[in-house]
Design a protein around this ligand. Structure first.
Ligand SMILES: C[S@@+](CC[C@H](N)C(=O)[O-])C[C@H]1O[C@@H](n2cnc3c(N)ncnc32)[C@H](O)[C@@H]1O
Length: 251
């Protein structure tokens, strides 16, 4: 990743998404034997965070001033990573922690089931590109506001938006389940809808999207679908082959 990143011109990307190993302490294995990646760090969080920080510091200069960087993690290390990200980008440039709440999978009996990931979103300026209208979702069927709008005390009538309501920072999206048409067999593959939302909100038309831990190529497929330019790489040859196949670049 580091050598590849260093070959880019500074300020090239509108959006970089990084979905690295999560510090789970175990190898992640997909549904096909050759699709796997290492996530063991001898249980040393300092080694892991240093590894991550080194890469993020190299990627940051590749972002345009209007760009956003999203680091996708979960409970294993997000609390350490948030502090590190504040130091790399500046606390004032923290934009959101998007909670991806997923349905599906098993349920625990010994604690509340862990059903969310954390996406730390940082910008480089006070005015990053952000298009909330691009990802509105339908109003709830029970919403009175959606039916007839709301009249304020002043008498002003607020009518519902034809494209629905703006998203907040908790997104419920099902995991890529074994029956899902988008499933590639790659371990910890993320849903296309998650990446479509991020890219639609954070990049202009024909914007440039980067994913330096691309795995099965979800980010690249979403960018392609939305007409954005993209770049992806991964340390694993199988991941790159999987992405190329998904994008129709090889049979
Ligand atoms: C969580 S997975 C990415 C999954 C991907 N977002 C998807 O939807 O399929 C993490 C990826 O990081 C890759 N990786 C680990 N270390 C890396 C490194 N030093 N440089 C680039 N990629 C790396 C792994 O091979 C793995 O594919």
């Amino acid at each position: 990743m580091l050598n590849v990143a260093l070959s880019f011109t500074p300020e090239s990307f509108d959006f970089i998404y990084l979905d690295p190993p999560f510090f789970t302490g175990k190898e992640q294995v997909g549904t096909k034997e050759n699709l796997r990646y290492q996530d063991s760090w001898d249980n040393d969080i300092d080694v892991y965070i240093s590894w991550l920080e080194e890469r993020i510091r190299v990627l940051k200069p590749l972002l345009k001033k209007t760009a956003t960087f999203v680091l996708h993690l979960d409970r294993h290390a997000v609390h350490y990573a948030k502090v590190m990200m504040d130091s790399v980008f500046g606390r004032e440039f923290f934009r959101n922690e998007i909670i991806w709440h997923y349905t599906g999978g098993g349920r625990s009996k010994s604690h509340f089931s862990r059903k969310h990931d954390n996406l730390l979103c940082y910008s480089l300026s006070d005015k990053p590109y952000f298009n909330l209208d691009a990802i509105r979702v339908p109003y709830k069927k029970t919403s009175g506001y959606a039916k007839s709008g709301i009249r304020a005390k002043s008498g002003k009538l607020y009518l519902p938006h034809p494209d629905g309501t703006p998203l907040d920072d908790v997104w419920s999206i099902p995991i890529v389940n074994p029956m899902s048409a988008e499933r590639t067999g790659y371990p910890t593959q993320k849903p296309l809808l998650l990446l479509e939302r991020l890219i639609a909100a954070y990049t202009p038309e024909k914007g440039f999207v980067g994913d330096f831990c691309c795995g099965s190529g979800t980010t690249l497929a979403a960018a392609e679908k939305l007409g954005r330019r993209w770049f992806g790489c991964d340390i694993s040859e199988e991941a790159v082959a999987s992405s190329r196949k998904r994008l129709g670049l090889i049979d």
